[in-house]
Design a protein around this ligand. Structure first.
Ligand SMILES: [Zn+2]
Ligand SMILES: [Zn+2]
Ligand SMILES: [Zn+2]
Length: 181
């Protein structure tokens, strides 16, 4: 019988999230140094704020957080920082939510060459709001094969799958499936 067990990519509730933040910032510093890019204090702070949790954050929420600690911050300041972080593959923009999520694969050997941009595939929970970037070699191969057969050059590859994470599915068992009132 085939073993269908797959490691759950969702971070366990109550995990040590500080270590997630530290690892992400360290990896970002290293990646920028390797590419000769500058992770300025502002860019670093925006990245840290994006990494507040595993839920995507909107640009306006980031702006409000920055204004809380720095006073007046012009919106373009935040947009430019986000633009840099996205270009470097340190942050991904989720179109379906119009929000940003930190890349959990920075420093991964697959990103060591090039500018850090990479195909990004996400599982997004509609209940708890957590988004997880997944890496799957078979999926990568299927997509590049499909594009190759079509003679199609992929410029940007972001896949967003919306649904319910395992923890939320377990919780929803006791809830009514459909409420009409
Ligand atoms: Zn975490
Ligand atoms: Zn990524
Ligand atoms: Zn969930």
């Amino acid at each position: 019988m085939a073993n269908q067990t797959v490691d759950n990519p969702f971070a366990a509730p109550g995990h040590d999230h500080r270590s997630c933040i530290v690892a992400a910032l360290d990896a970002a510093e290293a990646a920028c140094a390797r590419r000769g890019e500058r992770l300025t204090p502002l860019r670093r702070r925006v990245l840290e704020l994006v990494w507040r949790g595993h839920r995507p954050v909107g640009a306006y929420d980031l702006l409000a957080l920055l204004q809380d600690e720095r006073g007046r911050v012009a919106p373009p300041t935040v947009y430019r920082a986000l633009d840099f972080l996205c270009t470097q593959g340190l942050v991904h923009r989720l179109e379906s939510l119009q929000a940003f999520i930190g890349c959990g694969h920075t420093g991964n050997h697959m990103d060591d060459q090039g500018d850090g941009r990479h195909a990004a595939h996400f599982l997004i929970c509609q209940d708890c709001g957590v988004a997880v970037e997944i890496r799957d070699g078979q999926l990568d191969g299927a997509i590049s094969g499909l594009a190759g057969r079509a003679g199609f050059a992929i410029a940007d590859e972001t896949i967003e799958l919306s649904g319910l994470c395992a923890a939320c599915r377990n919780q929803s068992v006791s809830r009514p499936v459909c409420t009409t009132s």
